[in-house]
Design a protein around this ligand. Structure first.
Ligand SMILES: Cc1cc2nc3c(=O)[nH]c(=O)nc-3n(C[C@H](O)[C@H](O)[C@H](O)COP(=O)(O)O)c2cc1C
Length: 158
């Protein structure tokens, strides 16, 4: 089995998850930042990692996911300011799956990721603050070693 890990990460949170996924995957495996990502053809399993932007996968990931068609196993992972298991995070993961409707979903993982303080200041100043803002203080220090271990266990069980 040949696996590809592709990740989009501005501040490094999702990159940490991507490196953990890559470490645990068995068989032949490649890892790429999304800007350099190859075509997913030629891979059996594609793990795509992203950060949430406006309640959805970031734009680069939203462009990449439709390239993953039928016959591919897809593992989705993400970081976000929102709480783990929140409706906001779940909706975003559902949205991501919808961008690759023909792929065979092998698994999903998401966890909080510390939000850049400058971004938080900007978001707080908006007249209408997003739902994830209240959760953002709890994302400080994430992804942590517990998040990474949970993800590794999931990947190990694929
Ligand atoms: C412009 C911008 C928009 C964001 N929008 C959301 C959002 O809609 N929901 C959310 O939970 N987190 C949001 N975040 C927080 C990031 O998704 C989170 O901090 C993530 O861990 C960043 O990942 P990275 O370090 O891999 O770039 C946003 C961050 C930025 C910079």
């Amino acid at each position: 089995m040949k696996s590809l890990v592709v990740y989009s990460s501005q501040t490094g949170n999702t990159k940490k998850l991507a490196e953990a996924v890559h470490e645990v995957l068995k068989g032949e495996k490649d890892i790429y930042a999304i800007a350099d990502a190859p075509d997913p053809d030629g891979y059996d399993l594609v793990a795509v990692g992203f950060w949430l932007q406006a309640g959805k996968p970031d734009l680069k990931t939203a462009d990449y996911l439709p390239k993953i068609g039928s016959g591919k196993r897809l593992f989705l992972f993400a970081t976000h300011g929102a709480a783990a298991g929140s409706a906001h995070a779940k909706n975003a993961m559902d949205h991501a799956k919808g961008l690759a409707p023909d792929a065979d979903l092998a698994g999903i993982f998401s966890c909080p990721g510390e939000v850049n303080p400058k971004i938080l200041e900007k978001v707080k100043a908006k007249p209408q603050t997003p739902v994830w803002l209240d959760d953002a203080p709890n994302a400080i220090g994430h992804p942590d070693s517990v998040d990474i271990e949970k993800l590794k266990l999931l990947i190990d069980s694929l």
